[in-house]
Design a protein around this ligand. Structure first.
Ligand code: UDP
Ligand code: MG
Length: 318
């Protein structure tokens, strides 16, 4: 396999975001080398571990790997900035002609990397992405909400977010540079990848359960993430607010007409309208608050963008 670059840069950069992964690092590093070096003969590589403000011995574990292997580099954040920031830092630090992002917990099978590399280096595509076609090992309620999210995303967003797509991708340098050129603070990778375009080839695989440690995504964190995605890639929620407003306005016109007719017919309006009045007030004020909330979300996102704070702060790096 010829992935060598005449300029002495590594052929393949492996970016591994790590947050409290002390139990996984060493095993993951050895397993990746076993597959890439041992089985596929790919030696021209570099590891970039991004320690996303871990509170355990993750950084020590990474340093142990780095001490015996000069191809291992690391970046350590001053606090937890989130996986998106960790991936971005990895992209910025990567020198490889090809770049692959994979999780520290071996849920992304390294055995796929040689095949992905063949597709990208052979010019078949600019990005080889992995997509899990099963969700076994996951709580059914979680899978259900995940499916709902993808369906909602398909209906609202202008881009095509693929169900089951993981952040396990092998990309060409131009692809990575395109990702780096997007400077937004509200980073939602699942949307950024399809947004930049290029040719993507999908590799399907069965879900693999975590090797060690536990997932960093609580249900609530996933819900927030899902809404971030929708607000980052769609302005449809604003349109929903407007449509609700118009519908209510039309309903009020009908109501006014009805009251006027009642009056003209000489029917006296009795106090019996109390309950319906309260219902209408509750409904309209609820919808108003809901709509203001939607507008507020976009203002909040704009606020974080205009502050232009850095995506992450590095405490130390190799
Ligand atoms: N991760 C990270 N920062 C975070 C959360 C997660 O760098 O704030 C890393 C984590 O260490 C792992 C990858 O992102 O390597 C995926 O996380 P996890 O396995 O918890 O997610 P899941 O596979 O359950 O979706
Ligand atoms: Mg995982």
């Amino acid at each position: 396999m010829s992935i060598h670059d005449s300029g002495g840069t590594p052929g393949l950069s492996l970016i591994v975001p790590c947050f409290n992964e002390e139990a996984s690092i060493k095993h993951m590093y050895e397993e990746v080398l076993r597959v890439l070096e041992g089985e596929a003969g790919i030696r021209d590589l570099e590891f970039i571990f991004v320690d996303d403000g871990s509170k355990d011995a993750t950084l020590e574990q990474i340093k142990k790997c780095a001490a015996s292997d000069r191809r291992v580099h690391y970046i350590s954040f001053s606090r937890n900035f989130g996986k998106e920031a960790a991936l971005l830092a990895g992209f910025a630090a990567s020198a490889g002609k090809y770049v692959v992002t994979l999780d520290a917990d071996l849920q992304d099978p390294p055995a796929l990397i040689p095949k992905m590399l063949d597709s990208v280096s052979g010019g078949e595509c600019d990005c080889a992405a992995a997509r899990r076609v099963t969700r076994n090992g996951e709580l059914p309620i979680r899978s259900f909400f995940a499916r709902c999210f993808y369906r909602l995303m398909a209906k609202t967003a202008e881009i095509d977010v693929v169900d089951g797509a993981r952040d396990f991708r092998l990309m060409s340098r131009v692809y990575v540079d395109a990702i780096l050129s997007l400077d937004e603070r509200n980073r939602f990778s699942k949307g950024l990848f399809p947004w930049i375009g290029f040719k993507t080839k999908w590799f399907e695989y069965e879900n693999i359960e975590r090797g060690a440690g536990k997932t960093k995504w609580s249900f609530w964190r996933l819900v927030v993430y899902a809404f971030d995605g929708i607000f980052a890639f769609s302005s449809k929620p604003l349109a929903i607010a407007s449509v609700l407003g118009i519908l209510l306005f039309l309903a009020s016109l009908i109501l006014i007409a009805w009251i006027a007719i009642e009056k003209l017919l000489g029917h006296t309006v009795n106090v019996y309208g109390w309950a319906s009045t309260v219902c209408i007030i509750l409904l309209t004020s609820g919808i108003q608050l809901f709509s203001i909330g939607i507008v507020g979300q976009y203002i909040a996102k704009t606020y974080t963008e205009v502050k232009r704070r850095p995506h992450y702060i590095v405490r130390e790096s190799s």
